[in-house]
Design a protein around this ligand. Sequence first.
Ligand code: PLP
Length: 385
Amino acid sequence: MFRNTAALVDCDILTDNIRNIRENYEYEYYIGVVKANAYGHGDYVVGSLIRGGVNYLAASSLEECLSVRKRNSDIPILCLEPINVEYLDICAENNITITIPDIDYYREMRGGVALKAHIKIDCGMNRLGFKDKHELKKVVDDIGDRGDLQLEGIYTHFATSGIQDKHWDNNLKNFCEITSLIELTKIPIVHLGRSLTMVNHDKIPFANGIRIGIVMYGFDNKMQEPTGLRALKKKLLLKKYNISQTRLTNSLHLKTAFSLRSEIMSIKRVNKGERIGYGAEYEAKDNILIGVVPVGFADGFLPGNNGRYVKINQKRYEIVGGIGMDMTIVKIDESVKVHDTAILYDDIREAAAYMGINSYRLLTSVTNRVPRIYKEGDKFTEIKY
Ligand SMILES: Cc1ncc(COP(=O)(O)O)c(C=O)c1O
């Protein structure tokens, strides 16, 4: 690493997070979602997730699945998107489980290679998945009659979190209706939903698996139970739409593992009245000191909506003059020296909030120009993706 800008990923935190999740819930299959380079952490973290207790992985495309496969030769990996049938032999060779999203895809499959498949149900999002129960039954029966394809799983993805909205309950009802002609109990893995399904709902009795993404990376989605008028409003809403109870609190103890760091590259004095940055955006109100940090929007350090800061030696310093493609200027004081570490963010949730985006987007915005440094105990490993 020649430029001192990197993301630090604490692998031990990720392992502890999964252990903590496993202590709190009762699923048999914890399918760790590692798409988008493990939500920006980098797929090096796969080993730490498996050590914590994840026993299946899921990624979006065949490219992503193959990249994850390089990190571990044994764990089953589900590809969440349908893979062009031309490449199914690559899936067989690499133990990649495919998704069958509809009857047309199934008809296109030529067969002949031994594959594991999960069928996807569209319970209301209108994206991927079977909507017609007769088509589903036809495909399930047909798979039962052939020797090359193993129907290992069935799943759906909810359109909403189901926290005080009626869509989630409708989605669940739709799943039950669409699968009503097949015997779910004969399918080894039934996995519905994502992190919020796990933390905010009671376990769905017939599901033995759960796909977890953001919760593994440290977001527990704890919320305050409403009080007073808000509590009354919630009660009325639940009754009016017959919405199932959700849990807003939980006993998870998770930590985020990702921080974006750089350093002070250069320091200069700016006189009162001088302008700073592109577009002469910031005017110095006094004689001030500024520090230049080698990080910019090309690294995924995004301009925020509500002003922002950088942490140096435990203190917050204001960013002045906007964020450029490669450099950011910070108003500092005499205590700051060249090469001091500048922490751009170490609390993803807080950073996402002041950037006005969600944590998923923030994590996946950090570009591959930024090397990832992995901390495992006392060992540090640098990887450039
Ligand atoms: C199909 C599917 N399942 C599970 C997940 C994991 O979601 P989360 O990170 O909210 O747990 C995703 C993420 O977008 C997804 O697309």
